[in-house]
Design a protein around this ligand. Structure first.
Ligand SMILES: [Fe+2]
Length: 264
C-alpha cells in the first residue's frame, strides 16, 4: 500500500518529534503493509514568513535522517517527500520555490478546520491553471463542510481528488468526521485515503485496519483503489479519475443541529 499523507518526518511539525519516534513510525508502516510513504509535513504561512530557506534546510535534514534510518534498519520502504500545505496567500511562492508536489503534479492542500475561504472555486481555478492539481486533504474534518457538504461538490467537479483520513471512517477522529466520511463514500466522492499519522498513540497509522474496513464494506477492488491504485497514479503524476458528483445538503435531526452548534 501507499500512504500519501503522514507526519513522520522528524523535528519539522507536530508529528515525529525525533529520529527515534520516526523510526518507530516507519517500522509500524512496514508492519501495516505500507511499501511507499509520502512524507507530508504541515506547511503553514508562519513557516516561510521570513523566506523559504529555513524550511528547505529542515526538510533536507529530516529527509537525510529518514533515509539513513531506512538503510540502517533495512526497512522495505520507498520514500517521497512533499508537504501538506495549508491554504494561504504565500501559495504562489511555495509552488515556485519549494518541492511540495507529489508526482510533480499534485498538491496536498488543506484548509483551516473552522473556516474556508468563500472564493474557493476561484482559488482552485488559479491553482489548476498552472498545471497543478490540488488534492483536498481530509475534507470530512472541516467544520463548514460537515455542516454543508454540498460546498464540496464544485471542487470535486473541477477535478480535485479528495483524500479522507483513515481515522475518520474508523471513528477515531470524532462523530462529525465519521459522518461526513461515510456520506462522501456513499456518493463516490472519495478518491484516496491516507493515514495522516502523527504518532503511535492518539494519531496512529491504522492503514491495515483501514484497508480491511474498506474491503469489508465496499470490496477489495475499492480498497485497492483507495490505498494502492489512485495513490500510485498520483505518485507517478498520472491522472486520477474524478467523476462529477452530486452532494445534497446533509440531513440532520434537531438533536444533531443543537449538538453541532456546541461542537463548532
Ligand atoms: Fe496531515
Amino acid at each position: 500500500m501507499i500512504d500519501i499523507h503522514n507526519h513522520m518526518l522528524p523535528a519539522v511539525d507536530d508529528g515525529a518529534k525525533n529520529s527515534q519516534m520516526a523510526l518507530s513510525m516507519l517500522k509500524e508502516a512496514v508492519n501495516q503493509g505500507v511499501q511507499h510513504l509520502v512524507l507530508t509535513p504541515h506547511l503553514y504561512e508562519a513557516d516561510i514568513i521570513k523566506g523559504t530557506g529555513e524550511w528547505k534546510a529542515k526538510i533536507e535534514a529530516g529527509k537525510r535522517t529518514v533515509i539513513e534510518l531506512i538503510a540502517k534498519h533495512q526497512l522495505p520502504l520507498e520514500l517521497s517527500v512533499a508537504a501538506e500545505v495549508r491554504y494561504q496567500d504565500m501559495l504562489p511562492i511555495i509552488l515556485e520555490e519549494l518541492d511540495v508536489l507529489i508526482g510533480g503534479k499534485y498538491l496536498l492542500l488543506e484548509f483551516a478546520f473552522h473556516s474556508v475561504p468563500n472564493n474557493l472555486e476561484r482559488i482552485i481555478y488559479d491553482i489548476t491553471r498552472t498545471g497543478v492539481i490540488p488534492i483536498i486533504a481530509h475534507p470530512e474534518r472541516i467544520k463548514p463542510w460537515q455542516r454543508e457538504p454540498q460546498q464540496l461538490e464544485e471542487l470535486i467537479n473541477m477535478g480535485c481528488p479528495t483524500q479522507v483520513d483513515i481515522g475518520s471512517f474508523l471513528g477515531t477522529l470524532g462523530p462529525n468526521s465519521e459522518k461526513l466520511a461515510n456520506f462522501l463514500f456513499e456518493r463516490d466522492a472519495v478518491h484516496l485515503v491516507g493515514s495522516d499519522s502523527h504518532n503511535l498513540e492518539s494519531r496512529a497509522l491504522y492503514t491495515k485496519p483501514g484497508y480491511n474496513w474498506l474491503s469489508d464494506r465496499y470490496g477489495k477492488e475499492y480498497a485497492d483503489l483507495m490505498l494502492k491504485i489512485n495513490p500510485g497514479k498520483i505518485l507517478r503524476g498520472e491522472p486520477v479519475e474524478v467523476y462529477p458528483v452530486h452532494l445534497e445538503p446533509a440531513s440532520s435531526s434537531w438533536k444533531d443541529k443543537i449538538l453541532n452548534m456546541f461542537k463548532s
